[in-house]
Design a binder for this molecule. Sequence first.
Ligand code: PGA
Length: 252
Amino acid sequence: MRKPFVAGNWKMNTNSSSSIELAERIASGTMEASGSVTMTVCPPFVYLQSVAQALSTSSVGVGAQDVYYEAKGAFTGEISPSMLKDIGCTYCLCGHSERRHVIGETDELINKKVTAAIAGGLLPILCVGELLAEREASQTNGVVTRHVKNGLAGLSAEKASAVTIAYEPVWAIGTGLTATPQQAQDVHDFIRKLLAQMYDDKLAEEIRILYGGSAKPNNAADLMGQPDIDGLLVGGASLKADDFLAIIQAAM
Ligand code: PGA
């Protein structure tokens, strides 16, 4: 049985006081879910430590929105896995679509980040998903195959078991256009079968695959009711404590 997992991606939002306020409201609203749902929030780097502190008495973990693959040195502006571990981070997003399509990250770079994150003791959430034009050209499975295979390249089954996959169709992110539960389920099923081919049935059964893209309180239960949707990566709705808590409630 895969435990449901709800992660909030705050993106480049909040400030020093609103990040703590949001974290405190999430901490106080999630006591009931603590045993049954894995929960994390991914604030901007500069608020990670204070948010981790605000969540320290809760079972909500903290994740980074990105990570660099080198351990230390002359990499101006970058943050290493050991720095993230040091301030209490458990998870890190790798290859979020905004990093792929706005910042220009390649599969090769994302693979280095996933590999370094695992080596550094973090649990990566590898984001994959197609653009609208790719879906319309029936390339969804091909794009997702490339993102998953390249993202996990060189990782043993043991290492890959540290990874959570997030299927986030780019056309659904921040647009209010959610994939239907069936559209999402089809891709999740495809990814799970791909993992079984790449590794084995055990890994494919155990790995959690989250859906992301305009996940909201009103669609969370239907999405998570699908057999291969193990949770949600929530952007916009994770910035409103009530909405994020309602989504966690739907995961219980
Ligand atoms: P959204 O973002 O929920 O605002 O669509 C999801 C994400 O980018 O992770």
